[in-house]
Design a protein around this ligand. Structure first.
Ligand SMILES: *Cc1c(COP(=O)(O)O)cnc(C)c1O
Length: 361
């Protein structure tokens, strides 16, 4: 049983996607045409911001968001080290200093109390990742950042559609980034990403930065620009798929089934409620490789999100000064992700539940 199976949605939607492809081809707009404009509008309405700007990937979105928010000589960005390295890679590409903040032991998300100890006058932005699909404590983080005039960037790659009383993921900070990598809750049939914001100045800067720094054709007025565009075909497929996000977020029900089947040896991270998109079904156990072996014996694939914290990655280790992240490091060998995608059949879900129930640790 696969950890994910992208053939399932692509086969069931193949006729629609072929018709969309034909429409895009016949429109004569490969880039930044009417489909792209329609998708930007639909995404902004869905997230609840004044602007959504398409870009080529989630990592590009992070890079451009960081460039757009850095408006003085402060050069440090704070993020967590357990969220896959995307923010760190983007920040290093921009030439920024990266500082890490430890996580909450129960949610594995950025801990506001740890952030409070990490903030100082070198910091211009905090990137908060809604990891696994769960909204982080953006309110508390914003309050801390406001005291230091620091921008809050939400990484919503895993959390599209998650919401709380204050709004949806992507509308809670100054700026937010999305990825439409095919395995995300809203996936393209290739790469894609977006940035949302309700700040007109930031939106204007982001639009320039994604296209060479142009103010208009062939006039470069914004430094740090590059080419990162969401192509018309991806935008058209995303616009077609966007209305299904809430339905696909019933990944949460899969996680609920797992949490009801579990034994004391396994803690399923809760994903119940609108504040969670159900992106990944993550469990915590004493020894994740032993659970992975047990599942494999039952024919079930699993994965680890993520096996190596950013500061211990081979290309980064030792380059960012002394890093002490006791919770992040303690959790890395204890987490395991179970199959969780909307096309899983009920029989498959039962198989995972049965395998979990027979695990003794
Ligand atoms: C997938 C992901 C990204 C990167 O998105 P790409 O489109 O693959 O560049 C960034 N942040 C998080 C949390 C992700 O899950």
């Amino acid at each position: 049983m696969p950890f994910n199976d992208l053939r399932r949605p692509q086969v069931s939607q193949a006729d629609d996607i072929l018709a969309i492809t034909r429409r895009v081809l016949e429109s004569g707009w490969p880039i930044h045409g009417p489909q792209h404009q329609a998708f930007e509008g639909a995404l902004a309405r869905c997230v609840g911001t004044s602007h959504a700007v398409g870009v080529a990937s989630g990592t590009d979105a992070l890079e451009i968001a960081l460039r757009a928010t850095q408006t003085d000589d402060r050069k440090t960005v704070i993020t967590v080290a357990n969220a896959g390295g995307y923010t760190t890679v983007a920040a290093l590409a921009v030439g920024l200093d990266v500082r890490f903040c430890d996580i909450d032991p129960s949610t594995l998300l950025m801990a506001p109390c740890a952030l409070a100890e990490t903030l100082d006058s070198d910091v211009f932005a905090v990137v908060v990742t809604h990891l696994y699909g769960r909204l982080a404590e953006v309110g508390a983080i914003r309050d801390l950042c406001a005291d230091h005039d620091v921008a809050v960037i939400e990484d919503c790659a895993q959390a599209i559609g998650a919401r709380n009383d204050n709004g949806s993921a992507g509308s809670l900070g100054d700026l937010a980034t999305f990825s439409f990598y095919p395995t995300k809750n809203l996936g393209a049939i290739g790469d894609g990403g977006a940035i949302t914001t309700s700040d007109d100045d930031l939106a204007a800067r982001v639009r320039q930065l994604r296209q060479y720094g142009w103010s208009g054709k062939y006039t470069i007025t914004c430094p740090g620009g590059r080419n990162s565009r969401l192509d018309e075909l991806q935008a058209a497929v995303l616009d077609y798929r966007l209305p299904n996000v809430d339905e696909w977020n019933r990944r949460r029900d899969i996680i609920k089934a797992y949490s009801e089947a579990t034994t004391p040896a396994i803690r399923v991270l809760s994903a119940q409620g609108d504040h969670h998109s159900g992106h990944l079904a993550v469990v915590e156990v004493e020894d994740s490789s032993s659970l992975a072996r047990h599942l494999k014996e039952h024919g079930i694939q699993s994965a680890v999100h993520y096996p190596t914290p950013d500061h211990l990655q081979p290309a980064i280790k030792g380059t960012l000064g002394d890093v002490s992240l006791p919770v992040t490091e303690r959790k890395r060998d204890r987490i395991l992700s179970l199959p969780c995608f909307p096309e899983l059949t009920s029989d498959e879900i039962v198989r995972v539940c049965d395998a979990m129930a027979s695990y003794r640790g």
